[in-house]
Design a protein around this ligand. Structure first.
Ligand SMILES: [Zn+2]
Ligand SMILES: [Zn+2]
Length: 257
């Protein structure tokens, strides 16, 4: 269901896994996980995605009061966009790994291996995506100070009963979220099928322009493979439908960029 202008419009795709709906906008994904009437939102996209979240909930015959929680795979600005509004306007609790605390409070202070300035020249394919992200408010994300902490292996007592799969490297607290009964892994930026910094598609870790430790990120692909999930639902790009182990193998062979 397209919402908005054509290029990098907001698109809601229902049931990318059973009861999981993808809201894609400006090259960034967030997900709505249903259980009964209740919804867990995974990741908070960009500030301009906020009205589309509401439209998406309406399309699913849900409203703000049905949203039980916002769970963050990590706290980069492109996954934190409407987190503060959700807390303040909808009184929704936020969950994240404790190592994300500094970035969550200061979204533009984060570790990355490589300088970002050279990427648009070396990888022009990333330029339209980064421009769309900027237009959707990538440079005006407000941080959050409060969230509930989770740890590796935890099963969150929230709609979807997400299991935390610790996948550090992209950020130091990055955590993928497993929907065990639905064989789907919300893998955030630990493994993407579209790298916004280069425009490259297919399973890969995110470029060093936005990744704190690429060696650690490549190492974390093992944890993704071990979930044995059928579907991977990444923070950027289309769902991967042919198994976690195959995606991890491709990402490992592609390596860091
Ligand atoms: Zn990220
Ligand atoms: Zn991202």
């Amino acid at each position: 269901m397209p919402i908005g202008p054509r290029r990098f419009q907001a698109v809601l795709t229902r049931n990318v896994a059973q009861g999981v709906h993808r809201l894609a906008h400006a090259g960034v994904n967030c997900y709505l996980v249903e259980e009964g009437r209740a919804v867990t939102v995974v990741d908070a996209a960009l500030p301009a995605t906020w009205p589309y979240l509401r439209t998406a909930l309406e399309a699913l015959h849900r409203g703000p009061s049905d949203v039980a929680a916002l769970v963050l795979t990590h706290a980069h600005f492109d996954h934190l966009g409407f987190a503060r509004r959700m807390q303040e306007e909808w009184d929704v609790p936020v969950y994240a790994h404790p190592a994300e605390r500094t970035i969550a409070a200061h979204p533009y202070r984060y570790a990355h291996e490589n300088p970002r300035a050279s990427y648009p020249i070396r990888h022009p394919g990333g330029v339209p995506i980064l421009a769309a992200m900027a237009a959707a408010g990538a440079f005006r994300v407000q941080g959050i100070d409060e969230f509930t902490e989770f740890g590796p292996g935890d099963e969150l007592d929230l709609p979807g009963r997400l299991r935390v799969v610790f996948t550090p490297g992209h950020t130091f607290g990055h955590s993928a979220l497993l929907l065990e009964g639905r064989s789907a892994l919300l893998c955030g930026d630990a493994l993407v099928t579209l790298d916004p910094y280069t425009g490259f598609t297919g399973p890969r870790i995110v470029a060093g322009a936005a990744t704190a430790d690429s060696a650690q990120a490549l190492d974390s692909l093992r944890a993704i493979a071990e979930t044995d999930a059928d579907r991977l639902l990444p923070g950027h790009g289309d769902p991967w439908r042919t198994g976690a182990a195959a995606a991890a193998a491709v990402a490992r062979s592609v390596g860091a960029s």
